[in-house]
Design a protein around this ligand. Sequence first.
Ligand SMILES: Nc1nc2c(ncn2[C@@H]2O[C@H](COP(=O)(O)OP(=O)(O)OP(=O)(O)O)[C@@H](O)[C@H]2O)c(=O)[nH]1
Ligand SMILES: [Mg+2]
Length: 208
Amino acid sequence: MSRLNVYHNAVFLQSASKLSQCPTAITAEVAFAGRSNAGKSSAINTLTDNKKLARTSKTPGRTQLINYFSINAEKSLVDLPGYGYAKVPISMKREWDKNLTEYLQSRDVLKGLVLLMDIRHPMQEFDTMMLNQAIDNEMPVRILLTKCDKLKKGPAKSTLLAVEKHLRESEVDDLVSVQLFSSLKNEGVKELVSVLDSWFLTSEDEVV
Ligand SMILES: Nc1nc2c(ncn2[C@@H]2O[C@H](COP(=O)(O)OP(=O)(O)OP(=O)(O)O)[C@@H](O)[C@H]2O)c(=O)[nH]1
Ligand SMILES: [Mg+2]
């Protein structure tokens, strides 16, 4: 029946606080980005079926380092620091934003970006900024509307349709797609796996 989910093999590889510390042996990676508290670390844990892998927290701003989880010797998942957390000093905020921009622009092995947004507050200023940067760098993006368990089915679907419409009207729907996701209910995992598989597979084709 279902193929083995290779993401279940993920193990912690290392942390990095700047680009120069990022692992060099990896040939393909997918990064998880989004506002603080959007559910990035939880989504990684859900995808990998390992609740202890990435640290999650009720306190926003928990993940301040770039954390790498390797799937095998060449492929990794990356938990990026949450951006836009209001309570950190403005200088630190600027530093994070600068680092994220630099990461998108210069990390060649980055094959795609999973951009997480709390379904109750999608497409905030920082999300749009991140999305535009990804588009400028021709980076494929999968938007996860997270914590969809917090809304009833109808409103969740309406938000999904509204974001889809926005992407179509902005003519970025060839590069950017969107889905519902809930770590709490294990919802949207299969769809996410197939997107990640396609990004990692494309990167294998490039190597050959
Ligand atoms: N109801 C619900 N809560 C969730 C879901 N995903 C995450 N949460 C909760 O949201 C909070 C933040 O989750 P994290 O995964 O730590 O968020 P993060 O984006 O990694 O946050 P930072 O590391 O601070 O950037 C935690 O209290 C989680 O339990 C979900 O699908 N449903
Ligand atoms: Mg986190």
